[in-house]
Design a protein around this ligand. Structure first.
Ligand SMILES: *Cc1c(COP(=O)(O)O)cnc(C)c1O
Length: 394
């Protein structure tokens, strides 16, 4: 049975070119990048190259890129260290209700430390309104953190506008760009971004490597204490193979962005149109226009997301329901609740995220499977039976 992998928002396959670029840094050039002897030179050079590649892509300076162990660490760092450095100035932070848990749970932790957090509402498509941000800013607001693109419903936020509002009020602006980087062009200057989080494994790079972009002049302190790596702001021996792989993945993502995204967009829209025309009582979630090219998120009434996942898995199809972090719990996705879906509908959600190797045949196989599974599950549902009876009585 062919595996059909449609969970690229959870993680991606490491590209073969990325693995190839990384290998010599395990076997041959294993020297510590911070040493003086020449074995370390190759490592140092490779780290410098990756940092320069990433900086160039964002319109940033190489010394503004700080490697971390992933997106969650970058998010934690941005929030906690800003709170620490600017806590004297004010104790108010603004974010949105649809952020990743790396942001939301950090905000909840900060609330316990005496900070006040405003969680902005989003509209029915998951968009944060710049006007709502403007109204929420207070004299004691020290940070705004709004994600670039949502990991569940794929909505791309108006980051340049939101950044401009924060800038106008002299408030620092952070964005979790883990889903957007490599799929959407980003320019930190044009978009008024002061800090940005990213992660390697969401763009066909390795797991366990990410970075936080910190604009020069932002007074953020060290998060991991120890050695002098990353300009004394993030201690720990550099993950050289990870950094090299990340750099390679970014290089590939940027070189292929236009062609890859337009291909994925077509497949995405094809999938959405087949679902909408062939499966009744289905609702597409997220913004239709401002949407990640690879994201399909849909709710099927009278069906449980978890049941669909298990049955899809039996057919070799990997998908997700809610976010990976909430899977296994009975709570419906906080993102679907925030866009106004009632609990019972939010429970029937399915997220399908395409990759660079997804084919039209795989999409066809998957939609056929979903159609059959949804019908099968509805046939067993007393709620659906009631609903059909009521429809017939009308
Ligand atoms: C995956 C993800 C993260 C976490 O990144 P890790 O590298 O897995 O720690 C943070 N934010 C968003 C939006 C994500 O999709």
């Amino acid at each position: 049975m062919e595996l059909i992998y449609l969970d690229n928002a959870a993680t991606t396959r490491t590209a073969p070119e990325v693995v190839e670029a990384m290998l010599p840094f395990f076997t041959e050039y294993y020297g510590n990048a911070s040493t003086v002897y020449s074995l370390g030179d190759k490592s140092k050079e490779a780290v410098t190259n990756a940092r320069e590649t990433i900086a160039r892509v964002l319109g940033a300076k190489p010394e503004e890129i700080y490697f971390t162990a992933g997106g969650s660490e970058a998010d934690n760092w941005a929030l906690k260290a800003t709170a620490e450095a600017y806590g004297e100035k004010g104790k108010h932070i603004i974010t949105s209700k649809i952020e990743h848990h790396a942001i939301l749970h950090t905000c909840q932790w900060l609330e316990k430390q005496g900070f006040e957090v405003t969680y902005l509402d989003v509209d029915e498509n998951g968009l944060v309104a710049p006007e709502a941000l403007e109204q929420a800013i207070r004299p004691d607001t020290i940070l705004v953190s709004i994600m670039f693109a949502n990991n569940e419903i794929g909505t791309i936020e108006p980051i340049a506008e939101l950044g401009a509002v924060a800038r106008k009020h002299g408030v620092l602006f952070h964005t979790d760009a883990v889903q957007a980087f490599g799929q959407v062009p980003i320019d930190v200057d044009a978009m008024n971004i002061d800090m940005l989080s990213s992660s390697g494994h969401k763009l066909n790079g390795p797991k366990g490597i990410g970075f936080l972009y910190i604009r020069k002049g932002v007074k953020i302190r060290s998060f991991v204490h120890g050695g002098a790596q990353e300009r004394k702001r993030r201690a720990g021996t550099e993950n050289v193979p990870g950094i090299v792989g990340f750099g390679k993945a970014v290089e590939l993502a940027v070189a292929t962005m236009e062609e890859r995204c337009s291909r994925e967009r077509k497949l995405r829209d094809y999938m959405i149109s087949r679902i909408e025309s062939e499966i009744p009582y289905a609702r597409i979630n997220g913004d239709r226009e401002n949407r990640l090219p690879n994201n399909v998120n849909v709710c099927f009434r009278f069906v449980e997301g978890e049941s669909m996942l298990i049955m899809l898995d039996m057919k070799g199809i990997c998908a997700s329901s809610g976010s990976a972090c909430t899977s296994g719990s009975l709570d419906p996705s906080h993102v679907l609740l925030a866009i106004g879906l009632p609990h019972e509908i939010a429970h029937g959600s399915l997220r399908l995220t395409l990759g660079d190797d997804t084919t039209r045949e795989q999409i066809d196989t998957t939609v056929d499977a979903i159609r059959d599974i949804v019908q099968h599950l509805r046939d067993m549902s007393p709620l659906y039976e009631d609903f059909v009876k009521k429809q017939q009585e009308k």
